[in-house]
Design a protein around this ligand. Sequence first.
Ligand SMILES: Nc1ncnc2c1ncn2[C@@H]1O[C@H](COP(=O)(O)OP(=O)(O)OP(=O)(O)O)[C@@H](O)[C@H]1O
Ligand SMILES: [Mg+2]
Length: 237
Amino acid sequence: MAQAVAVRPAVQRDEVWAAPEDHPRVGLRGRSRERERLGRLLTGMRSGRSGVLVVRGEAGIGKTALLEQLVEQAAGSTVARATGVQADMELPFAGLQQLFGSMLGSLDRLPGPQREAVEVAFGLRSGPTPDRFEVGLAMLGLLAEVAEQDPLVCVIDDAQWLDQASARTLAFVARRLMAESVALVFAVREPADDQIFAGLPELIVYDQVIALYPDRINPDALWISAQGVKRPRARQA
Ligand SMILES: Nc1ncnc2c1ncn2[C@@H]1O[C@H](COP(=O)(O)OP(=O)(O)OP(=O)(O)O)[C@@H](O)[C@H]1O
Ligand SMILES: [Mg+2]
């Protein structure tokens, strides 16, 4: 399993989000709408408002590239990352362990039942199946503890391959974040048949033809898939 990563970007920049055009990432073309949306998330986080975003799009559309862009822009923040791994989908809490593994130093500050639930979930001690509610509360507590030092950006790529226990716990956390200075961003490959992240704020990543040249697309030619992803049916002549 990949190790948890919590890194602070080396470059310290102005706290204020700059327009993407002012800091273009070499090689990343277009996507100003998406980058602006992610930038607003960082701005909110830096001013003490937690935020959640589920980045959805089909394979190869550029979700990971946008997450990398987000991490580059997260100067002055702590960054924690996890990636869903198909081979680990049957391992309960594997994804959560990736994301939170580096934050366990704050475990001592949590109430006993939460601490014990996390220790069992992460295989640090034996015990009955942990109460998912306690694990969720513990994750919220850990995020708040870490974000007290610096704003915290949590990036979860390929979330469609998270184990169910991790995905449900993260969705629980995402619905309860408030003023912890945390930004929680998922990337989900479509089509995804899960409903775990349903109802959370979404950023749909369209084909660049739509993103860059919306005026060339006939909106009537867009159809909405079962997953709610708009796709082009035909280009306007
Ligand atoms: N806006 C962009 N400008 C330039 N290159 C891009 C852009 N978006 C994506 N790419 C490139 O396209 C390729 C696929 O992008 P990426 O890996 O981000 O897709 P993805 O949506 O994460 O796909 P998957 O669902 O398979 O994980 C990569 O090589 C990436 O660098
Ligand atoms: Mg990807």
